[in-house]
Write a protein that binds this ligand. Structure first.
Ligand code: DGL
Length: 264
């Protein structure tokens, strides 16, 4: 069906950092942006909570919106629940995993930083990526719920202080060998939304990488040859809790062409 949307899922607004490169490749794709605001933030939750919550919610969302493809635009949910979601849904599911491979390809110092949520950075999945793609690198990790909050605040139009970004990055740089980091993986989809603030708070020349562009290419590949509606589609956002905080995100959502906001 030409009108069948792409469904993006995150705990909050982070997945918009995956929507942007997808829209650049697929401007005619209708988008449903789903945020589990009632479960936000995921990064401080247990594996069991996330593994129970995400497949159940995606089941309801798929039933309501009938997407052609689901994007789990959240590292925390993907590193914990991707296999369960894939087993439960009868359609393609694209996940988001820390971009350790491209970071290792870029690093000259062979010390890379992985900035994610607490739940993501403790996953065995990350050990595995580090061993497979960055075996000759020191891979330092830091989990930050604060940086997730800063990204949400920025998109809600609330001013944030540069000292808070410096304090987050200190969580990487203050570790042994941390001063040698030359590439940082934004291993949470919220973090590219504050790319400018992070760059300003980091030493000059620090490189940041994330998976957004690669995920967009994967979505384009999986939908190649499929029809899209002629007219530019109306995109929508759906929140599991729709209160004042979520309504404050309307201008940020509008910047992605998302004009309809509803609750699940
Ligand atoms: N955006 C999410 C991620 O990529 C998680 C943010 C949160 O809810 O803690 O990990």
């Amino acid at each position: 069906m030409a009108s069948a949307p792409l469904l993006f899922f995150d705990s909050g607004v982070g997945g918009l950092s995956v929507v942007a490169p997808t829209q650049a490749l697929l401007p005619h794709a209708p988008i449903v942006y789903a945020a589990d605001s009632a479960g936000f933030p995921y990064g401080i939750r247990s594996e069991a909570e996330i593994a129970a919550r995400v497949p159940a919610l995606l089941g309801r969302l798929v039933e309501r919106y009938r997407p052609r493809l689901v994007v789990i635009a959240c590292n925390t949910a993907s590193t914990i629940a991707l296999p369960v979601v894939r087993a439960a849904l009868d359609l393609p599911v694209v996940g988001t995993v820390p971009a350790i491979k491209p970071a290792a390809a870029l690093s000259r110092s062979r010390v890379i930083g992985v900035l994610g949520t607490d739940a993501t950075v403790r996953q065995a999945y990350v050990d595995d990526l580090a061993a497979r793609f960055a075996g000759d690198c020191v891979v330092l990790r830091h989990g930050s719920a604060e940086l997730v909050r800063l990204a949400e605040a920025k998109l809600a139009g609330i001013a944030t202080d540069s000292a808070r970004y410096r304090a987050v990055l200190a969580g990487l740089f203050d570790q042994p060998e941390g001063e040698r980091i030359d590439v940082i993986v934004n291993a949470c989809t919220h973090f590219p939304l504050v790319a400018d603030e992070l760059a300003a708070a980091a030493p000059a020349g620090m490189q940041f990488v994330d998976g957004g562009a690669g995920i967009a290419r994967r979505i384009a590949f999986l939908t190649e040859g499929q029809p899209w509606a002629e007219a530019v589609p109306a995109h929508r956002a759906v929140f599991t809790r729709l209160g004042e905080a979520e309504r404050a995100l309307a201008p940020a959502l509008a910047a992605y062409g998302i004009g309809v906001i509803e609750s699940l």
